[in-house]
Design a protein around this ligand. Structure first.
Ligand code: ZN
Length: 508
């Protein structure tokens, strides 16, 4: 095996008239050994060079192809665009390691199939930027769009990659118009150069190229890049204050920052929606960011941020535990935003009412007989039970744990305990997923409460979970009519219930 400390590609007389210098296989500081070009190429980590222009991009990538197919991932058809994002890929050319053109065929779903695979290839193509003119099923914020300040792209819409398997440690370099910057959630290796650790990291993320306002929020060893489109630049304080508070509250609760240390949020104006990716979040807000709509976008943003602990660092073993991932995240988002002083108590109780209503809609209107565990297998249609039902389990557990510990321990302590076992995976290791049995075990460990029977009835079973008695024990009273709910402080609350409320929801 040869050890190369540095490799320089010069793209002469080609699409891109520039050089890419990248470190490759620099595992030991040895002198570059003389190697043949073919051998060097065979050992190279994937390298992608992107020339960005406001009206289009040019990509020049070198891969070791495993199998014989190149593809865009996560392609979704849009109205007038049956092959989805592939319609924006133009003039694709593939060369072998000798620079000879390889002809290919395309499949109906837009893949590029080579006659011979398993070889190093150079792939060049152009990417047009008209995605924003179409209606995408998941929303344009999960594809690509253009603003007056630059270009937003997901990796899915930009990179044509080996379909079967792709080597890790992908070097990505951007050449940009003067004054533009590239923002990605990948570690930076040089100005506008990054290293995406895997194909998933490369594709399942967002990036922004341009002049939009950028702020970096740092919390301990965690850094969050926030890119704000023009309508929001002057209100950046609204965003940073909420994110900072949430980062601080969550790190304290879990006892650590998330496993992943770098995160990117891109906010622009559009049809209100959001999309969460591996290390990034894309959000569109309708109209200006105001105090009034902060309850909506702030809640969405905080929910996604919390997933970096509960959802990405710590993962369920199967979809059976989606109710915990989503329901507990929703519940804790409300609790932490309130405890951090971002929203008042009236808002917190309104969130609880919404959680009640969602669950009631699932049971009364959707007439679903699914248990909360089963609902995870049909997550989108049964959001009511996954999110609403899961949040009600959190409320019930809060009451049980507080009552058993003189108010001292609750759901926040459960999360910290679970994070210490499931959230701190060594780099490169697969996280060990948690099951319902693990949740029951940690509740017992933290508070002494045995929730086995509760889980049998309401989590793996489908008995109707009446939240009223649990709220009473938290100093709250619930009046409801089918899905309508009113939750307010209970004038008759016992001293223990008042104490539970303060411990769980009081300011920190
Ligand atoms: Zn979620």
């Amino acid at each position: 095996m040869f050890k190369l400390t540095k490799i320089t590609f010069c793209y002469t007389a080609s699409l891109l008239l520039s050089c890419y210098t990248g470190a490759a296989l620099a595992s030991a500081p040895v002198q570059a050994a003389p190697v043949s070009q073919a051998a060097a190429q065979a050992q190279l980590a994937p390298a992608i060079y992107v020339k960005v222009q406001p009206d289009g991009l040019e990509v020049d990538a070198r891969y070791q192809l495993h199998g014989n197919t190149l593809a865009l991932f996560n392609v979704m058809g849009a109205v007038g665009l049956p092959a989805g994002q592939t319609a924006f890929i133009k003039d694709l050319q593939v060369e072998d390691s000798q620079g000879k053109n390889i002809s290919f065929s395309t499949t109906p779903d837009g893949d590029w199939v080579l006659p011979v695979g398993d070889q190093p290839v150079r792939v060049r193509y152009k990417v047009e930027t008209g995605h924003g003119a179409y209606q995408w099923p998941a929303g344009v914020e999960e594809v690509a769009y253009k603003t007056d300040e630059g270009l937003f792209f997901t990796g899915y819409a930009l990179f044509v990659v080996p379909a079967d398997k792709m080597d890790p440690n992908i070097k990505v370099q951007f050449e940009l118009p003067k004054g533009w910057q590239a923002y990605t959630p990948w570690p930076k290796t040089a100005d506008n150069s990054f290293n995406a650790s895997s194909r998933r990291e490369l594709l399942s993320n967002v990036m922004f190229f341009g002049t939009a306002q950028h702020q970096q929020i740092q919390h301990q060893d965690y850094s969050l890049d926030l890119v704000l489109g023009a309508p929001y630049a002057k209100d950046s304080q609204r965003f940073t204050s909420l994110l900072q508070s949430m980062l601080q509250q969550s790190s304290t609760m879990f006892g650590s920052t998330p496993n992943r240390k770098q995160y990117l949020i891109v906010v622009n104006e559009g049809f209100a929606d959001g999309g969460a990716f591996e290390g990034s979040f894309s959000q569109l807000i309708k109209g200006p960011a105001t105090e009034a709509n902060r309850v909506v976008w702030g809640n969405v943003m905080a929910h996604e941020l919390l997933h970096f602990w509960n959802g990405l660092s710590m993962v369920p073993a199967s979809v059976d535990e989606e109710w915990f991932k989503e329901g507990f995240t929703d519940y804790l988002t409300a609790v932490l935003l309130h405890r951090g002083g971002q929203f008042d108590q009236a808002w917190l109780l309104k969130r609880f009412e919404t959680m009640y209503s969602r669950h009631a809609i699932g049971r009364y209107y959707q007439r679903s007989q699914a248990s909360f565990q089963q609902a995870g297998h049909d997550k989108q249609p049964l959001r009511t039970l996954v999110y609403g039902g899961g949040a009600l389990v959190a409320m019930a557990m809060e009451a049980e744990m507080r009552d058993a510990t003189d108010g001292e321990k609750g759901v926040a302590d459960l999360m910290r305990s679970m994070f210490s076992e499931f959230g701190t995976t060594e780099k490169g290791q697969q996280p060990k997923g948690y099951s319902s049995a693990d949740i029951i075990r940690h509740v017992k460990l933290v508070s002494g409460v045995d929730m086995t029977e509760f889980f049998r009835r309401y989590v793996s079973g489908n008995e109707y979970l009446d939240i009223t008695p649990y709220l009473t024990r938290m100093g709250l009273t619930l009046s409801h009519f089918v899905e309508e709910a009113d939750i307010r402080p209970d004038q008759q609350a016992t001293a223990a219930a008042k104490r539970n409320f303060l411990q769980a929801y009081g300011p920190r």
